[in-house]
Design a protein around this ligand. Structure first.
Ligand code: GNR
Ligand code: NI
Length: 184
């Protein structure tokens, strides 16, 4: 198991389309396990492989409440096979857009087909927060972020703030002189 660094927007790697996996082999299983560990540590309720720089169609989600047992889901090559006409509005966040939140509208119920951790084809009906989270993760596989569902005004406001934050972090005088950068 390993914690993986999460890519923060704006970054061209978050805008790429991810490639399907041929099957869930040991390497993909390891990726799923690392994504789950990274997601729980963040903490977040979902994580997609492109967010850690791996352009494969692999996502993990766990929308269980804090006081509930963990309910991890690992999905490779997820496909929406049904979506409801009815919509849900959720305040979304994204580990690649830290500290920014906005309401996004998506179908409230979905049916998703995917390959699970054991390479078995599965179908799952999801609703409310879990359905929202799965759709948010599937968007990452298409290079789409939740801000792409907002008006250009709101999107650019968030992206400009993130650009500024990145530039501020890179300023050399923010690094204490003589202090070595912590090694892994
Ligand atoms: O942790 C997360 N919370 C969240 C809340 C509402 C809708 C979607 C999400 S997913 C997000 C983690 C993340 O960035 N996944 O890609
Ligand atoms: Ni996200």
């Amino acid at each position: 198991m390993a914690l993986l660094p999460i890519i923060i927007a704006p970054d061209p790697r978050l805008k790429q389309i991810a490639a399907p996996v041929a099957r869930v082999d040991d390497q993909v299983r390891q990726l799923m396990d690392d994504l789950l560990e990274t997601m729980y540590q963040a903490p977040g309720i979902g994580l997609a492989a492109p967010q850690v720089g791996v352009l494969k169609r692999v996502i993990v989600v766990d929308a269980s409440a804090k006081d509930e047992e963990r309910a991890p889901l690992c999905m490779a090559n997820p496909e929406l096979i049904e979506v409801s006409d009815e919509d849900a509005h959720y305040e979304e966040g994204c580990l690649s857009l830290p500290e920014h939140y906005a309401e996004v509208v998506r179908p409230i119920r979905i049916r998703v087909r995917y390959l699970d951790h054991e390479n078995e084809i599965r179908e799952l009906d999801a609703e409310e927060l879990l359905a929202t989270c799965i759709q948010h993760e599937m968007d990452h596989l298409e290079g789409i972020l939740f801000v792409d569902h907002l008006s250009a005004l709101k999107r650019n406001m968030i992206l400009r703030k993130l650009t500024k934050a990145k530039k501020a972090d890179k300023t050399p005088d923010k690094i204490p002189t003589g202090a070595p950068v912590a090694a892994e």
